[in-house]
Design a protein. Structure first.
Length: 199
């Protein structure tokens, strides 16, 4: 780890973090940007976790920053050529740039983590963002995701919204990574070189 920069480790969710993640998921700040913004019952959360243990098509990581859990990164469709990802920061008092670490880690995991004999296991990484989640949409555009479609959803607090669908060609990420990271402050670029996945 570079001096003065926090560590960023992605560890698979365990029972020890289950209550914490449930509390994060049910916080109004997180709920508002979810497709389903209803509170998740504890038993439903436990059932979801049990299913996660035997589902090889999904991965769910907790982001630990300097040995402190601060957010989550999850993948689905890992049994296809086009997995999808999502994330959120559960904590608010975090190092500036923590959200960018999630964005870099998602692309790295899908691209560089799965190179076999110079062949990518996955072709594209997909994401969905609600139209009013301006921070996430801005981040995807900064990283040069392609917005492939937009579909009407429902209403939230009386206001209609849409779901924006994004796609990233992973072989392009291998070429663009340095260029994209050069748009960012130096300390964030340096921290991104220290991201680790523990599986």
């Amino acid at each position: 780890m570079k001096i003065g920069l926090p560590s960023h480790e992605f560890r698979p969710l365990t029972e020890q973090e289950l209550t914490l993640v449930w509390q994060w998921r049910n916080s109004p700040r997180i709920q508002q940007n979810m497709h389903n913004n209803e509170a998740v019952a504890w038993q439903s959360h436990c059932n979801w976790f049990e299913g996660l243990q035997i589902d090889r098509s999904r991965s769910f990581f907790v982001l630990w920053q300097n040995q402190r859990p601060i957010g989550v990164l999850n993948f689905s469709g890992l049994d296809t050529f086009t997995p999808e990802w999502g994330c959120y920061l559960g904590e608010t008092n975090v190092w500036p740039g923590s959200g960018i670490m999630l964005e870099v880690a998602a692309l790295d995991y899908a691209a560089m983590g799965y190179v076999r004999e110079n062949q990518l296991k996955y072709s594209h990484l997909l994401a969905q963002v609600l139209s009013f989640n301006h921070a996430a949409n801005k981040m995807h555009k900064l990283f040069e995701y392609e917005q492939v479609r937009q579909e009407p959803a429902a209403e939230r607090d009386g206001n209609p919204f849409t779901v924006l669908h994004y796609s990233y060609e992973l072989k392009q990420w291998l070429h663009k990574r340095e260029k994209v990271l050069n748009k960012l402050p130096k300390n964030i670029r340096l921290a991104s070189t220290q991201i680790q996945f523990l599986e």
